[in-house]
Design a protein around this ligand. Structure first.
Ligand code: PPE
Length: 308
């Protein structure tokens, strides 16, 4: 990975290599951590902007609330810390990863009085599913692993433990020669991918899975807003894998994946087998919004500047 110089650790800026924890850190054993994934973009006016930073920080505090973890910072403090970390690393575009975890103290599942620690790291991160993916689309396989039941793990939290399910599905998909896994919920309906939400387009109507067994993606929300503003009908509705097979277009959304077209699911070509016109339209508008090239969405951007 591409590293940077400094990491924010419980309020202090320390060298990247010194951001370490004890091997008996609770989160390492039991997955007791919540995190965010946020992108900063270089803007058309020469500044930089973090996309929906406040919304990400709010989601992180909500994740902590559900997980019964007490993060000693409010949204404003987390926002300021993310910006500080970007600036101290002089990073004008890249990925921001805040993480709060149950630290070292007592062993055993019960987190008790173990400290909750917070770090923020930033680094340059290109196209998540490969440089060609955003253009040509990716090949996807329905996973043999179901997404968690809504009472198994809390899918609306972005907590570390949830990603064990994602790791299982991702390894399977990669080893079988695919770019990403499509995960179904325990009732057999399409849920989400290992790190992305999912959309299909059929007869001009855009459909995404309802906010049940999925993470409430901030990219998902942004794409729904953009699409509705552009006059498309957007439905949040359950759908099945065979409805996916006969879709005209399909794409994944996520901070890392942005808007990634899907060209194949389970050996069925989706639509024309490359990014469809609605997908391309949304991609164009999304990149304009994140780069500060559409004043309508200026409220989504938290601007900052780095040294040239
Ligand atoms: N579902 C899951 C399970 C998920 O992890 C993500 C983000 C999303 C949906 C989309 O959410 P949003 O980023 O708010 O639009 N996955 C993050 C982690 C990727 C990783 O490999 O790490 C991300 O995209 O940053």
């Amino acid at each position: 990975m591409q590293t940077t110089q400094f990491i924010w650790f419980d309020g202090k800026i320390i060298p990247w290599d010194q951001a370490q924890v004890h091997v008996l850190t609770h989160a390492l054993h039991y997955g007791s951590a919540v995190f965010e994934g946020i992108r900063a973009y270089a803007c058309v006016d020469g500044s930089s902007a973090v996309f929906r930073l406040e919304d990400h920080c709010r989601r992180m505090l909500n994740s902590a609330k559900v997980m019964r973890m007490e993060i000693p910072y409010d949204v404003d403090a987390l926002v300021a810390a993310c910006i500080e970390t970007l600036k101290v690393n002089n990073l004008g575009a890249g990925y921001v990863r805040p993480l709060s975890f149950v630290g070292y103290g007592e062993m055993g599942v019960y987190p008790g009085d173990n400290p909750v620690q917070t770090i923020i790291a930033v680094w340059p991160w290109g196209a998540y599913l490969g440089a060609e993916a955003l253009e040509k689309g990716i090949r996807v396989k329905t996973s043999s692993f179901a997404r968690m039941h809504v009472n198994t793990l809390m899918s609306k939290t972005k907590s570390a433990g949830n990603y064990v399910n994602s790791i299982l599905a991702k390894i399977e998909a990669k080893e079988d020669g695919y770019d990403e896994a499509l995960m179904l919920d325990v009732n057999g309906y399409v849920s989400e991918a290992t790190g992305e939400n999912v959309f299909i387009v059929r007869d001009g109507i855009i459909k995404t899975t309802p906010w049940t067994s999925i993470l409430g993606g901030i990219t998902r929300d942004s794409v729904m807003t953009l699409a509705r503003d552009l006059g498309y009908t957007v439905e949040e509705q359950q759908f099945t894998r065979d409805e996916f097979y006969i879709a005209d277009e399909a794409f994944f959304t996520g901070t890392a994946a942005e808007i990634t077209p899907i060209r194949e699911l389970d050996h069925r070509q989706i639509g024309a087998g490359h990014a469809g016109s609605v997908t391309k339209h949304l991609q164009r508008e999304f990149f304009k919004a994140v780069q500060g090239d559409n004043p309508k969405y200026a409220g989504w951007l938290h601007h900052y500047t780095v040294r040239q």
